[in-house]
Write a protein that binds this ligand. Structure first.
Ligand SMILES: *Cc1c(COP(=O)(O)O)cnc(C)c1O
Length: 347
């Protein structure tokens, strides 16, 4: 296909987590979705936005959402940008910073979509190995690539680095340090303050996990106004439709509902961690809404298959550094009790 750029012609493309067609008959713990519904205020806001006004374009700058986020995170509105999922921001950050043949980096393992985005752009990739105790191997005194993605808390382990450690990494980066905080709402702290302190730090967030809105595609970034202005030039000018904007603002405003949901998930996570350790599993301490766990025989595939046969869907990675374990998203406490009972039976 000579019409295509060679990198696009040869690339494999990203494979999203499996969504079973008969979703209702599964306990679905494979893509870190929130087991609780979105806030009733969000449903109401979407209903109100569904009507005659859909014939008109949405607000191009998602002003209401930016203002709600500015209030929530304590940054001026021009330090914030709203996106059609945080994936859109990860994509546009690469496009903004790394030309063809230029280098970006991330940890191995971490979110595998960074690789696909770099491949599409034609950027080169460098990876630094991450150990299960949170040690980053071979990170140079000065990293001169255009951009470094740090997933914090990390995926799939759920480990979290404190602000001091991330600040030190920022000082060692010549390019942007993008702290992908997709799971920060489930952690004890975050790196928001670094955006003010370090000129090269950008923080990205998503409403997919902690706000139960994976189906709406909503994300945001906090960055210096000059970075926000650059991202504003690159994005689709109407990147958030009217329903998404209504949902975004309502979700960020209803903090009581949000806090209650997050607290329940964290309590369930801590309960499951203890229960699995008692079963002889190795459990990496998690600051996210999932656990990376290894059965006593360190055969992740065996346990994945046995859970699958019981219609419990978790995430198994065939990558040799991950094949000894499984990533289990935290569901409701009932779902976790059923999963634990299945794991006891499987042995
Ligand atoms: C889920 C996830 C995202 C994507 O978030 P969306 O807003 O749904 O696009 C980004 N980064 C990491 C690490 C994630 O796990």
């Amino acid at each position: 296909m000579s019409y295509l750029r060679p990198n696009i012609a040869v690339m494999a493309g990203y494979v999203p987590g499996f969504q079973p067609p008969d979703a209702e008959s599964w306990i679905k713990l494979n893509t870190n979705e929130n087991p609780y519904p979105p806030s009733p205020q969000v449903i109401r806001a979407i209903r109100e936005a569904t009507g005659e006004s859909l014939r008109k374009y949405p607000d191009a700058v998602s002003r209401a959402g930016r203002e709600a986020a500015a209030e929530l995170y304590g940054y001026p509105a021009d330090w914030l940008i709203m996106a059609n999922g945080s994936d859109e921001l990860l994509n546009n950050l690469i496009r903004a910073c790394a030309g063809e043949g230029e280098e970006i980096a991330y940890l191995q393992p971490s979110y595998s979509y960074y690789a696909t985005l770099a491949e599409v752009q034609g950027a080169r990739v460098k990876t630094f190995p991450l150990t299960e105790s949170g040690e980053i191997r071979d990170f140079p005194a000065r990293y001169t690539g255009r951009l470094f993605f740090l997933t914090n808390p990390n995926a799939p382990f759920g480990l979290r680095w404190g602000v001091e450690r991330v600040a030190e990494l920022a000082d060692r980066c010549a390019g942007l340090l993008v702290v992908d905080e997709a799971y920060a709402d489930f952690a004890e702290g975050n790196c928001l303050e670094l955006v003010r302190q370090k000129p090269n730090v950008v923080v990205t967030r998503t409403l997919s996990k902690s706000y139960s809105l994976a189906g709406m595609r909503l994300g945001l970034a906090i960055a210096r106004p000059e970075v926000v202005a650059a991202l504003d030039k690159i994005r689709d000018h109407y990147n958030l439709d009217r329903l998404a904007q209504a949902a975004l603002t309502a979700a960020l405003v209803d903090q009581d509902y949000f806090r209650d949901c997050v607290a329940r998930i964290c309590a369930t996570r801590d309960w499951l961690s203890n229960a699995l350790r008692k079963l002889g599993y190795q459990v990496i301490p998690s600051s996210a809404n999932y656990l990376f766990v290894s059965p006593p025989d360190r055969d992740g595939k065996r346990v994945y298959d046995a859970l699958y046969a019981r219609k419990i869907l978790v995430r198994y990675f065939s990558d040799p550094v991950l094949a000894h374990g499984l990533r289990i998203s935290i569901g409701t406490s009932e779902e976790m009790e059923q999963t634990l009972a299945a794991l006891e039976e499987i042995g």
